[in-house]
Design a protein around this ligand. Structure first.
Ligand code: ATP
Ligand code: ZN
Ligand code: MG
Length: 506
């Protein structure tokens, strides 16, 4: 979309401008329009695309300036460039610029506008107009907002929304990488139903949450020990413990703050831990037997963030703001220290799509070459594991978000073409569907950039991660192999051993 910007601002001065300074100001405006604002702009860019002052009036201890621009030296950039120039000029007359008050700011975007574009709740936007190939946004902004590049961010955001709306419900780009041999399966039930029937699991009291009994837990640990032996050990991943309560600051830097809101479990803290402050809540429960949620809502601060959604963001403050020595790369670590939580709403299904789940997260950091190489090693080892050890029917596919597919960041041979995610999917014989049970992502410099991590060599620093979902592995394995332990692949049978019965019911 083609942007145009126009801006009117009042400059509050420390005293009245003397007559003698007026011609100088006129000259400064001319100069700004012809040279100052053209600085850094390619020669071939036409004048109407470049910021210019269209009017500048002086009255008493104040000035009113109107600027217009296309995409180059945008109106607000031009304003601040001019202010600097003007400050020098007025300084020679012992006049200071006290303040800038923005009267009007108008953004106009021209281009194709998709139908269901929702712009009415954009921050700083006072009024929206949408008509024939044209969007206008009238802003309420301060000079500080302009210095914060609010108009540029709004334009970028509207463009993103327009692209997303134009792309509509089209799924992500999906490209098959590998398909395992077909496997015969005699079992054709939904494994969750069978696990419940056998008393392996029970619904917990929160939504999308299970209590895993001894057998189910043992299968999780069986898979975990396989991952340790086949992946973590041979590739030299070292265990760390990442926090599971994630403050906004982490998600701001990881980029999750751009969109994770519908799926977060939010976390709040008490306004005070003074027992007297909470006494009425406890009393209410003691008398009514109900927990007074509305009363509690008034007594907590936040939300200060949320429960772990993806595991790796919480690691990054460990090395945020540092420069890594070349010889510690590639660094390979993993976390399995706690649960992840997502509000899956109506999507909840069985043990495999739940609000509380268990995942081993592998994380690696290195040069682009090292990062891609680690991903390739992982793919190799996973393939061995799923083909030879678990004997699953599975496939892997490159999934590219639509915006990446549009930008052409797919296929090709270079390392940057490798940025993106590979999903691992297993066939579910009872439904014929495929279930994503884990993934491997090459994230490029997203995290090092977000958390300001550099490398001694001064070169590019990349990272990757792989989330191994234990519920998903279990659902996939049981769906294909059933519950006759003796018929399971030998290595799983050996590790699983005899599943203990703890509880008997009368
Ligand atoms: P889906 O499309 O199935 O919702 P996703 O793309 O949201 O998956 P990722 O964000 O890539 O999943 O998460 C990485 C891994 O975490 C998944 O491969 C899966 O193993 C696990 N996972 C994600 N969401 C859930 C869930 N609700 N229940 C159980 N495991 C999950
Ligand atoms: Zn991750
Ligand atoms: Mg999901």
């Amino acid at each position: 979309m083609q942007p145009r910007f126009s801006l009117t601002a009042d400059l509050v001065l420390s005293r009245e401008v003397p007559e003698a300074a007026l011609p100088e100001i006129d000259r400064a405006v001319q100069e700004a329009n012809t040279t100052l604002f053209r600085r850094g702009v390619p020669r071939e860019v036409p004048d109407r695309e470049v910021g210019r002052i269209t009017s500048c009036t002086v009255s008493g201890p104040g000035m009113t300036i109107t600027l217009e621009s296309g995409g180059y030296t945008r109106a607000h950039d031009a304003l601040f460039r001019f202010r600097k120039h003007l400050a020098g000029l007025l300084g020679r007359h012992r006049i200071g610029i006290r303040e800038i008050e923005v009267r009007d700011y108008l953004i106009e975007l021209q281009g194709e506008i998709p139908e269901d574009l929702r712009l009415s709740t954009l921050p700083f936007v006072r009024e929206v107009g949408i008509g024939e190939g044209r969007i206008t946004l009238a802003l309420s902004v301060s000079a500080a907002d302009l210095e914060n590049r609010v108009p540029d961010r709004l334009v970028r955001l509207v463009e993103e929304k327009a692209e997303a709306a134009a792309y509509g419900g089209k799924a992500e780009h999906w490209e098959l990488l590998y398909e395992s041999p077909k496997r015969e399966s005699r079992f054709r039930e939904d494994p969750t139903a069978e696990m419940i029937r056998r008393g392996w699991i029970k619904h917990a009291l929160s939504r999308g949450q299970w209590i895993h009994g001894a057998q189910s837990t043992r299968l999780f640990r069986t898979f975990e020990s396989l991952v340790v032996q086949e992946i973590i050990g041979p590739l030299g991943f070292t265990e760390m413990i990442f926090p599971k309560l994630v403050p906004w600051e982490v998600w701001m830097k990881s980029g999750h703050a751009k969109g994770v809101y519908p799926e977060i479990y939010y976390v709040s803290t008490p306004k005070t831990r003074d027992p007297a402050y909470w006494e009425e809540v406890a009393d209410h429960f003691k008398v009514t037997g109900e927990v007074p949620v509305n009363l509690i809502r008034d007594k907590v601060d936040g939300p200060i963030g949320g429960l772990c959604y993806a595991q790796c963001p919480s690691f990054w403050p460990f090395i945020g703001g540092t420069t890594l020595a070349n010889d510690c790369l590639p660094a390979r670590i993993f976390d399995r220290s706690g649960t992840s939580h997502r509000y899956e709403s109506g999507g909840i299904h069985g043990i495999e799509r739940v609000d509380e789940f268990h995942r081993i997260e592998l994380l690696w950091i290195g040069t682009p070459e090292q990062t891609v190489e680690t991903a390739d090693l992982l793919h190799e080892r996973y393939r061995h594991l799923f083909d030879e050890v678990l004997e699953l029917e599975w496939r892997s596919a490159r999934v590219t978000p639509w915006f990446m597919a549009q930008e052409g960041i797919i296929g090709g041979e270079g390392t940057s073409e490798r940025i993106g995610t590979t999903d691992y999917e297993a066939c579910l014989p009872y439904s014929g569907d495929w279930l994503e049970f884990q993934n491997v992502s090459v994230n490029g410099d997203k995290y090092p950039r977000g958390f300001n991590v550099k490398v001694q060599s001064g070169g590019d620093l990349w990272s990757g991660c792989s989330g191994i979902g234990l519920e998903r592995w279990t659902a996939a394995f049981l769906a294909q192999k059933g519950f006759d332990v003796d018929a399971w692949p030998a290595e799983i049978r050996r590790r699983f051993g005899d599943a203990p019965e703890i509880f008997r019911f009368v």
